[in-house]
Write a protein that binds this ligand. Structure first.
Ligand code: SAH
Length: 251
């Protein structure tokens, strides 16, 4: 007669503990390789900045901006089918015909805003939530608006899961801004408009800056910096030609 051999508790637990250790180590390695790829992405951005220094009027970005991009896990902001491309310096599809911007573009737009810790920033076009996360990594408070409901809800859930608790999201037409939270030190629009929305100019603080791509769907668009002087006068300056998805309007 067989007596079923009882497995002792240690015999059961040791393999389980080993599996847990290996899984954690595996995740640690994956995190490390993501960090490594982010570091490589930063080098690509720096090279692009040097190449476009004539437009940007500088040959290097604020190191704090590069540090923010080195921190934010871009692979968490792209669909699973795009994860292997997450640290390439290019835009990627995020569904609903929209894209997560190219890291170089996110870097220069963030840099141009000249943010200080504690700044209040409004973003129009949440998309994946990546640009908002980069802004928040600079110790700012961010309000971000997305017009496509499923994208906005997905980004809100993602930002919460990743612990970005200084970002507030809203679904709606960002053309009108977020009047209840105005005025803002900085506004960044991540979809191209054919004119600068007057409500956004109104919601900019004196001394504040807005970065917005301006131009039609089939035209060359220009990244424009809008500055409001302390006397409340606005000036605009074209920075460089860009290509963004259009700012759409609620019906
Ligand atoms: N900042 C995003 C890039 C998003 S692409 C990121 O980091 O992933 C531009 C986004 O603007 C799209 O998601 C698009 O749906 C959104 N959008 C277009 N028109 C809008 C509007 N009027 N108000 C708010 N969001 C708008």
């Amino acid at each position: 007669m067989f007596a079923a051999k009882r497995l002792s508790l240690p015999a059961l637990f040791v393999p389980l503990i080993l599996i847990a250790i290996l899984a954690t180590a595996g995740r640690g390695l994956a995190d490390e390789s993501h960090a490594q790829r982010r570091a490589e992405m930063i080098h690509l951005i720096e090279a692009d900045v040097r190449r476009t220094s004539v437009y940007l009027k500088r040959s290097a970005l604020d190191p704090r901006v590069l540090e923010a991009l080195a921190q934010v896990p871009r692979h968490e902001f792209v669909p699973s089918s795009e994860v292997s491309r997450a640290y390439q310096n290019r835009p990627l599809p995020i569904g609903h015909g929209q894209t997560i911007s190219q890291p170089y573009i996110v870097a220069i737009m963030t840099d141009l805003l000249g943010l200080e810790a504690g700044a209040r920033v409004l973003e129009i076009g949440t998309g994946s939530g990546y640009q908002a996360a980069v802004l928040a990594a600079l110790d700012t408070r961010v309000w971000t608006i997305e017009i496509i409901e499923p994208l906005g809800l997905e980004a809100a859930e993602r930002l919460q899961r990743l612990g970005y608790d200084r970002i507030e999201t809203r679904i709606g037409d960002g053309y009108y801004g977020w009047p209840e939270q105005a005025p803002f030190d900085a506004i960044v629009v991540t979809a191209a408009a054919d004119h600068i929305p007057p409500p956004l100019i109104k919601q900019l603080k004196p001394g504040g800056r807005m970065i917005i791509p301006v131009g039609g769907r089939f035209q060359v668009q220009q990244l424009v910096m809008v500055e409001k002087t302390t006397e409340g006068k606005t000036t605009t300056r074209q920075i460089l030609p860009v290509r963004f998805v259009p700012l759409t309007r609620a019906d």
